[in-house]
Write a protein that binds this ligand. Structure first.
Ligand code: THU
Length: 134
């Protein structure tokens, strides 16, 4: 619970920096990595719409840049009753998650719903499906 609260606070403060001149929909994400470090990200849009990046992607990039390769928990917050990662972000989370990884969905009031990653996407493409993957 303490971790979840810290994730919420981090995601909320990062969300304030979201760059959203097109959608005006600000999203914040924060994650707890395998070595118990916290990372956060926000969505960054672009005049060429598909170039925009989601909040989760920002948090995952920060984690990878720090040499971390495991996501224990990730929290997403937006001004909506229940935000869940888009399909693209679920795939990104899967890369560093496992069947214990938790995904928390928060609204701005701090109401938090928790899901297991594998319940959100029970069937998926993974490294093991590629013949020569590490
Ligand atoms: N967005 C995220 O940051 N994360 C998600 O999981 C869903 C969508 C952003 C992308 C875009 O900047 C805005 O929300 C509207 O789609």
């Amino acid at each position: 619970m303490e971790n979840t609260q810290k994730l919420f606070e981090l995601a909320c403060s990062c969300r304030l920096n979201a760059y959203t001149p097109y959608s005006h929909f600000k999203v914040g994400a924060a994650l707890l990595s395998g070595n118990h470090k916290f990372f956060c990200g926000c969505n960054v849009e672009n005049a060429s719409y598909p170039c925009g990046t989601c909040a989760e992607a920002g948090a995952i990039s920060a984690m990878a840049a720090a040499g971390e390769t495991k996501i224990l928990e990730i929290l997403i917050v937006a001004d909506t009753p229940q935000i869940l990662p888009c399909g693209n972000c679920l795939q990104k989370i899967l890369e560093f998650g496992d069947d214990n990884t938790l995904v928390h969905s928060a609204d701005l009031n701090g109401s938090i719903k928790t899901f297991r990653l594998y319940d959100l996407i029970p069937h998926f493409f993974k490294a093991g499906d590629i013949k020569n993957a590490d």
